[in-house]
Design a protein around this ligand. Structure first.
Ligand SMILES: Cc1cc2nc3c(=O)[nH]c(=O)nc-3n(C[C@H](O)[C@H](O)[C@H](O)COP(=O)(O)O)c2cc1C
Length: 145
């Protein structure tokens, strides 16, 4: 099964999470690829069975490159499954709800309540213990692959 992990990350915290998530999928026998939304666009994406979208919370909402990417995004198959991730400073996390709203018209199926991790400053680092949480998140996704 192919998992495509699409992210926006200015300071590299979200990118690090996505790369670690990719390695978790690969270590459990799945195909996985990461791609920054700044390096791709509609029509340029490889086929996938499952999508993960990861973006930070900025200005109380979703970071802008992910917002415009999701508006134009089309999954390879009708009814494709997806999961969401965000990094944040303030626990009033809006990015997940914003991403879900943008994906609603695409007839996709959300899996898990999403992965969130707090950064200790604007540029990071991430709070301790995120690695264990990330493994649990990967396992929940693997259950439905
Ligand atoms: C311009 C700007 C606005 C931000 N606004 C928020 C915010 O409203 N709420 C929040 O929790 N974090 C906010 N942050 C912190 C980001 O969530 C943090 O930089 C990001 O999670 C780090 O992830 P990255 O390394 O993948 O870019 C903001 C950061 C920047 C640069």
């Amino acid at each position: 099964m192919k998992v495509l992990i699409l992210y926006e990350s200015r300071f590299g915290n979200g990118k690090k999470l996505c790369e670690q998530l990719k390695e978790l999928f690969i270590s459990k026998g799945h195909d996985a690829e990461t791609c920054s939304v700044l390096d791709t666009g509609p029509g340029k994406l490889p086929e996938a069975d499952f999508y993960v979208f990861s973006a930070p919370t900025r200005m109380f909402m979703l970071a802008p490159a992910m917002k415009s990417f999701l508006k134009n995004f089309k999954p390879s198959k009708e009814g494709s499954k997806y999961a969401l991730m965000t990094t944040y400073l303030n626990p009033q996390v809006k990015a997940l709800a914003n991403m879900e709203k943008l994906l609603k018209p695409k007839n996709m199926v959300k899996v898990t309540n999403g992965f969130t991790v707090k950064v200790l400053g604007t540029e990071g680092p991430m709070e301790d213990g995120y690695g264990q949480k990330l493994e649990e998140f990967a396992d929940k996704i693997i259950e439905v692959l």
